[in-house]
Design a protein. Structure first.
Length: 583
């Protein structure tokens, strides 16, 4: 291929070449070009660099790969399909991070309280369309700003992101190191100007961007040494600089729909200046930002706001001046203060309006309401006329045993013999779990009485997280699933409300009923009586054969979600006890 060589006379040739190169750089970097969509590019021969005596220039291909929040794995666009970044272990760590939350409880009156939980989402971004194609962030405008290795401004250029397209910066010097700053506000319409604190001294340290409120500022930085012979690529993963919060108001526990609400985040920045060198945010004005909710349906017990960009670097505060639920109106609710945010992380703020913890009667049965969930005070199968407030556990309070998904009794609370059922158990999810943990429904074979159902795993977690526990009697047995004390009915676990110490639930430690199958199911009859308590959850785990349940012993209270990789698999073939909750 013939080289493109610009020749000049020896006298003043270098000066002329530098002048021409400077003009070319200026024209190349100052134009705002909207590139064409490129679906597939045929392979081409490498282009030779432009040579001006001793000065060689080259170009950089810019590709917007993804837009991500902190601690989230990007989903890369490649050949119109998605390739997930990271590995399984990283994704599991993200899910673990998502479970961490900041919780605040506020009393509304003598009968209701508000619980606010701020949780980092930890999910992948961006979202997918129904065809599996990255739909957000197409057509957004973004700016590429170039600085030399000493931090001096070189040029900048505006682009529009197109799927399958490549954007180019040309006329940059080969074998030189540059700092590339890429920014956007995630908009197809607007792109803020690049501003320097000193117009005559344009450097990276003095480069700023002015932003308004609720602006989603995206940023990427890369130092790159350009090659004269190889293709120079700048793949960009733009990251959100500010946090984002989606707010959910949940009045499900009250039983009434939400009619009206006014709410806002306090003291956000109305406008800011962001430095492109260190991302330092300088607030110019503050404001209260009102949340926007979609039109509230007459029957809506849960409503979700539009996402709000939080540009405050300090702890944030949330307030609800008024909310109307059913016939109840709450005014001037105390602010929820000092939630801590990590920059660039996406959060969900869950606000729940919950009836206070107390003893109630539901469908004629004694019950206790704890953290908005109403629990029967007896195990299923126990005489409901027995006084549930006891200090000594007896056999009369031991309920029936049930296999998962069945509505008839595997064994009574007094039995010591084997269950009448045998392995395998072929059951469908709908038997006990036709809904989800977020939208639970009663299954067709749920044995709980009318108006009650088996709790989900999430509802057991709510009980664990908002109660303290003590023991009745002495838990026994060196091994958890022993057969040493089949006649000991004296042991139980007491769950006491953190909000009202007078409200308690007592769960007998009845162990489990085994079916006597070869392999993992090693013994027939009752195992672990007086040593552990195991209570069915309706939720299904990773595979249909495995069971989710509440487990406790002398020192442990936990939700067990058995999966195929578990070291302690307890399958649905085994029979446990049931404690029903109100539908």
């Amino acid at each position: 291929m013939k080289k493109n060589v610009l020749k000049f006379s020896q006298s003043g040739g270098i000066a002329k070449s530098l002048l021409i190169l400077s003009v070319a750089l200026f024209l190349s970097c100052q134009k705002n070009i909207e590139p064409e969509v490129v679906v597939e590019e045929p392979q081409q021969e490498e282009e030779d660099p432009i040579v001006t005596d001793s000065i060689v220039t080259t170009k950089v291909r810019v590709n917007l790969m993804a837009v991500v929040f902190e601690d989230e794995q990007p989903l890369y666009f490649e050949n119109y399909f998605l390739v997930k970044g990271g590995n399984r272990q990283q994704q599991q760590q993200q899910q673990a991070n998502a479970k961490e939350s900041q919780d605040v409880t506020i009393d509304l009156d003598n009968n209701y309280f508000l619980r606010a939980s701020l949780t980092a989402n930890g999910k992948q971004s961006p979202t997918l369309s129904s065809k599996g194609i990255v739909t957000p962030y197409e057509d957004i405008k973004y700016k590429v700003v170039v600085f030399d290795d000493k931090g001096n401004y070189v040029c900048h250029k505006d682009f529009v992101n197109k799927r399958g397209g490549m954007n180019e910066l040309d006329m940059l010097m080969a074998e030189k190191t540059y700092t590339f700053i890429v920014y956007s506000i995630n908009s197809a319409l607007n792109l803020p100007d690049l501003i320097f604190e000193h117009p005559t001294k344009k450097t990276l340290k003095t480069a700023n961007v002015n932003l308004g409120s609720n602006v989603d500022f995206l940023y990427y930085r890369k130092d790159l040494t350009l090659s004269a012979t190889k293709e120079n690529k700048l793949p960009c993963d733009l990251k959100h600089v500010f946090s984002e919060i989606t707010t959910t108001i949940d009045a499900t526990a009250t039983g009434y729909p939400i009619h009206e609400i006014k709410s806002n985040f306090k003291a956000l920045f109305k406008s800011t200046t962001v430095n492109l060198s260190n991302l330092q945010v300088k607030p110019l004005h503050t404001m209260n930002a009102n949340l926007t909710f979609p039109a509230i349906k007459v029957t809506s017990k849960i409503i979700e706001s539009s996402p709000m960009v939080i540009n405050s670097s300090n702890g944030i505060s949330f307030e609800i001046p008024s909310i109307k639920i059913g016939l109840l109106t709450f005014l001037n609710i105390k602010s929820v203060n000092n939630f801590k945010l990590k920059p660039g992380v996406r959060y969900t703020l869950n606000i729940k309006i919950i009836p206070d913890d107390m003893y109630v009667t539901h469908r004629g049965l004694p019950a206790a309401r704890i953290n908005g969930v109403t629990w029967m005070r007896h195990n299923l199968g126990v005489n409901i006329n027995l006084d549930p407030d006891i200090t000594k556990m007896t056999v009369d309070y031991h309920g029936n045993y049930y296999q998962w998904g069945r509505d008839f009794i595997a064994a009574s609370g007094k039995d010591m013999k084997t269950s009448t059922f045998s392995f395998p158990v072929i059951l469908t999810q709908d038997m006990w779990y036709p809904g989800t943990d977020k939208d639970p429904k009663k299954g067709e074979c749920d044995p709980c009485p009318k108006g009650f159902r088996i709790p989900t795993g999430t509802e057991f977690l709510r009980l664990i997280n908002y109660t303290t526990t003590t023991n009745i009697g002495e838990f026994k047995g060196e091994k958890r699933w022993h057969k040493q004390y089949p006649n000991d009915f004296s042991v139980a676990k007491v769950f006491t409300s953190m909000r009202n110490s007078k409200v308690k639930l007592i769960f007998p430690a009845q162990g489990i009923m085994d079916v006597g199958y070869t392999g993992h199911y090693w013994d027939k009859g009752v195992l672990g009586r007086a040593g552990a308590g195991v209570y069915h959850a309706s939720s299904v785990s990773e595979m249909d054969v495995y069971s989710t349940h509440l487990y406790f012993d002398a020192t442990t209270v936990t939700l067990v979600e058995n999966k195929s990789t578990s070291n302690d698999i307890i399958a649905k073939v085994l029979s446990y006890n049931i404690r029903c909750i109100a539908e």
